[in-house]
Unconditional design. Sequence first.
Length: 96
Amino acid sequence: MIVCHCNVLTKAMISEAIEGLIDDDPYQLITPGVVYRELGKRGKCCGCFPQVVGLIVQRLEEFQTSNPSITLERSLAGIAAASLHTASVRPALKPD
Ligand code: FES
C-alpha cells in the first residue's frame, strides 16, 4: 500500500525505516522528517505525514510491548508534539 504518493513510498518501506531508527536508538525523537531523511527522501506536499505519525506511534507501541523494561514515554511525547506541529503547519500549506 502506498502511503506517500509524492515519493512513492509504501507502508512496508516506511515501517522498515522506522524499525531501523528504533533499533538504532529507541529514545530518539522520530518524526516523519527523520524517517524520510533515513529513506533519502523529503516531504513534498506532506499530506502523508499524519499517516506516517500513526505508523511511528504504532511501531513504538509494538517495541514497548516487546520490551517492557524500556520506557518510551519521552519518544511518544515527542511524536505527540510533532503531530501537533504538523497539524498546525498543514493549513498554512494549503492554497488560498
Ligand atoms: S504524499 Fe508524501 S510528501 Fe506528498
